[in-house]
Design a protein around this ligand. Structure first.
Ligand code: ATP
Ligand code: MG
Length: 491
């Protein structure tokens, strides 16, 4: 093959490559005049070769970027290449395109630069994706910063590199302090090991996870946090790390804990009531009966001894009295443990009996006023009121130094109101606050818990001239309507 033919073939091949390229391939001379224009240039910029060849390259440069051209030309003249220069060019219809330009000097056979070849790639869609990504990241930040959730993000190396405003505000630290493993400094030392294990194990398995731990708030207080983490994947499925959202669940957790303690206490009190009732019955039925028989037998024995041995009879009489006293004491204890009358005759009778018994044994003058309209209440409600009066009277006896106590139970609308009042030395405001925040004895707390069960409320008022405990318990609907039934029937 002749050299010429070979050269022609190579030129033809190159021309075919240029024509079929997806990129715009344009050549120009050192004055910037376009000397060739391939098919893709026509497709991308909208000018035909006839419209562009012979024109200045400024044809496709937006006016505000004209300065770029003289810079490019001077670099080409020096024999330099311009690589992957990202800029904007203009289509025939005036539309702007994001392009990546690679411009190389073209030399003649003697090596002199005579022009430039320019490969322009349309990167508009790539730019759009980048922009969309940037915008979506921006949006993500705006949203997470506005949300009450504490957000973190980690990379494939397990290290955290992003924390939202909520997180940073919570811990009162900077992104730099938190980044990497910095966040671990805020986790409660007792929770840290467990959390790290959960994180690492799930991270390696690419599994979502959930964990609760205490994190130091900017005030220094450790607060309970619920943290949920999920793996993040790029659209093409590559794993990118984790993103997590945390909620401050401290208050809920504390409230739940309080409810749990209160429920435990209620259960305990119920069990205690049951136990008291059982012991009371046992004392009354077994020890009480035995003592009654013992008393009678002793009385008989004494009567028989009177004729035979008056000395013995006298001693026997003394023993008989002791047995009777023991019998009375056991009955009192039994009935204090669980007033038998409460179940049978109701609150009013049981309270009357109790108050009489107490008045005999203490120096407190007690007045009791139970309104007739109170009627019978559910038995556990009557027991609750009985116990609260019992506790208040015990407190008056133990703490108040009062010589009098007044009890009033009355119906008030759809509730029963019970007030126990004394004229003792009262409770100081600080102590009252302590008692109300549950930091005092079991007695008042017990009352409060019993009342809570019935959705009632309790108020304690106290000053230098005495104390009042006022409790109001709503009467259940069934009981209220049962009450009114006979009345309606009578009309
Ligand atoms: N009527 C009262 N007058 C003066 N102080 C009272 C009166 N009632 C209660 N208090 C004060 O309130 C505190 C709490 O009473 P609470 O019944 O809860 O406990 P407690 O009587 O000390 O012990 P317990 O658990 O045996 O009942 C008492 O220690 C006492 O200081
Ligand atoms: Mg008490």
């Amino acid at each position: 093959m002749s050299e010429r033919k070979q050269a022609e073939e190579i030129t033809g091949l190159l021309a075919a490559i240029v024509a079929s390229s997806d990129d715009a391939i344009i050549s120009k001379n050192l004055d910037g005049i376009i000397t060739s224009w391939n098919k893709s240039a026509e497709r991308i910029f909208g000018y035909t070769p006839e419209e562009s060849i012979g024109q200045n390259i400024t044809l496709i440069i937006p006016p505000q970027r004209l300065a770029e051209e003289s810079d490019i030309l001077s670099r080409i003249r020096r024999g330099d290449r311009v690589d992957h220069f990202q800029t904007v060019r203009m289509r025939k219809d005036g539309g702007l395109l994001d392009v990546s330009l690679t411009i190389s000097p073209v030399r003649d056979s003697s090596g002199r630069v005579i022009g430039a070849s320019k490969v322009a790639r349309d990167i508009t869609s790539q730019k759009q994706v980048e922009r969309a990504l940037r915008e979506s990241e921006q949006r993500f930040r705006v949203i997470t910063d506005a949300s009450p959730v504490l957000v973190w993000m980690s990379g494939t190396d397990k290290l955290c590199y992003y924390f939202n405003k909520g997180w940073l505000d919570f811990v009162g630290r900077t992104l730099e302090q938190e980044s990497g493993n910095g966040w671990a400094e805020n986790v409660h030392p007792e929770d840290f090991e467990r959390c790290l294990q959960i994180y690492v194990a799930n991270f390696d398995a690419r599994r979502p996870f959930e964990m609760e731990y205490r994190m130091r708030h900017r005030t220094g207080q450790y607060r309970w946090i619920l943290d949920r983490g999920v793996p993040r994947y790029a659209p093409d499925g590559t794993f990118e790390g984790y993103v997590g959202g945390c909620l401050d669940i401290h208050d809920q957790k504390e409230a739940a804990e309080k409810v749990r303690i209160a429920d435990d206490m209620t259960r305990l009190m119920k069990a205690q009531d049951e136990e008291r009732r059982r012991i009371a019955r046992e004392l009354h039925d077994c020890a009480g009966q035995t003592l009654a028989v013992l008393g009678m037998s002793l009385a008989q024995l004494v009567r028989r001894a009177e004729g035979i041995a008056p000395e013995l009879a006298r001693e026997g009489k003394a023993i008989e009295e002791m047995v009777q006293q023991l019998h009375r004491e056991i009955r009192t204890t039994s009935y204090l443990l669980h007033p038998p009358l409460l179940d049978e005759s109701g609150l009013s009778s049981a309270l009357n009996l109790y108050v009489d018994g107490l008045a005999e044994r203490s120096y407190v003058a007690i007045t009791l006023d139970v309104d007739a309209n109170v009627g019978r209440l559910p038995s556990d409600m009557e027991l609750a009121i009985f116990r609260l009066v019992q506790e208040c009277l015990t407190n008056i006896h133990r703490h108040s130094g009062s010589k009098t106590a007044h009890i009033r139970v009355a119906r008030e609308g759809e509730s029963v109101r019970t007030e126990v009042r004394d004229h003792g030395k009262g409770i100081s405001p600080e102590r009252l606050l302590e008692i109300q925040s549950h930091a005092a004895g079991v007695g008042i707390r017990g009352i409060r818990e019993r009342i809570r069960q019935f959705h009632g409320e309790m108020k304690m008022e106290s000053n230098g001239s005495g104390t009042s405990v006022i409790v109001s318990i709503p009467i259940p609907k069934e009981v209220r309507s049962a009450d009114s039934q006979p009345l309606q029937a009578a009309v």
